[in-house]
Write a protein that binds this ligand. Structure first.
Ligand code: AMP
Length: 271
């Protein structure tokens, strides 16, 4: 992969990179389309990264279907799929990790303590392997995008990071590889995330600027659906991810909710 990238750069090609864990859906495809708007060569990676899963999480059961993914992206203009084995990425005695001081201590980082260490480490490794000019990440994982932008700035990585909007199903559910875990009933309850975000946007527009009141309404709405268990609902500064009490400028509302055994996340800028 490194030699190929060197060759492409020698030929003055611009390389766009979309890192994923596979089991691709239209959200992933939108990142690839965005990549091709900024480059003439597109690398997709598919790697279920063990370092970003905690004990008891779904590393083993995470959905995988390489053949289907490869078929799907054939007409999307992907030039190379980089799909390494975990033992090549993390050989025995691997011991170097990237950690950030502040951003991982909010939102998902609270219930997933080592998650962003795993994310920052694999993304750095993939950047060093693929050597892209630009990389595209979804705003669906808003905190991940913030972590990567911060890391790229802090470490002077010469890569342009582009954030792409959340792609949703027709009824509003944010697309996710994990949506396949949902039973018919759970799929209904999963809609509560987007409904709560929309309702919060409406409350703010009608003049409610007290974040705790907006969050309380979201809690009530989500709890009115079956099999929901809220991990967190936060209204925070979109850059620092610190909580905001009174909304006076655009804020990020982010939430994570377990629907049965499946943990889903979603977010929206409230303004
Ligand atoms: P994943 O395979 O879930 O690790 O996601 C790979 C990339 O796709 C990340 O940058 C995600 O933010 C992005 N992504 C996942 N779901 C969506 C979605 N529904 N809309 C836009 N981007 C997404």
């Amino acid at each position: 992969m490194q030699s190929l990238s060197d060759l492409l750069k020698h030929e003055k090609k611009r390389i766009a990179f979309v890192p994923t864990m596979g089991f691709l859906h239209k959200g992933h495809l939108s990142l690839m389309k965005e990549g091709l708007r900024h480059a003439d060569y597109l690398v997709l990676s598919i790697f279920v990264n063990p370092a970003q899963f905690g004990p008891g999480e779904d590393l083993e059961s995470y959905p995988r279907n390489f053949k289907k993914d490869a078929d799907l992206v054939e007409k999307e203009g992907v030039n190379v799929i980089f799909a390494p084995d975990a033992k090549d990425i993390y050989p025995e005695h691997f011991q170097t990790y990237i950690t950030l001081n502040d951003l991982p201590h909010h939102l998902c980082g609270i219930s997933r303590p080592n998650h962003f260490r795993g994310v920052a480490t694999i993304v750095t490794k993939l950047f060093n392997i693929v050597k892209p000019h630009t990389a595209i990440f979804g705003q669906k994982d808003f905190q991940q995008l913030a972590v990567i932008k911060q890391m790229v700035s802090d470490l002077n990585l010469d890569i342009e990071i582009i954030g792409a909007p959340i792609i949703r199903e027709d009824d509003g559910l944010a697309m996710s590889s994990r949506n396949v875990y949902l039973s018919v009933d759970e799929r209904q309850s999963a809609l509560s995330l987007f409904k709560a975000l929309n309702n919060s946007q409406k409350l703010l527009k009608s003049g409610e600027t007290d974040a705790s009141k907006i969050i309380n309404e979201a809690v009530k709405l989500i709890n009115s659906y079956k099999k929901t268990l809220i991990d967190y609902i936060a209204v925070c500064d979109p850059e620092t991810l610190t909580d905001i009490k009174k909304i006076e400028k655009p804020v990020l509302m982010a939430l994570a909710v377990k629907i049965g055994k499946t943990r889903l996340i979603d977010n929206m800028i409230l303004n």
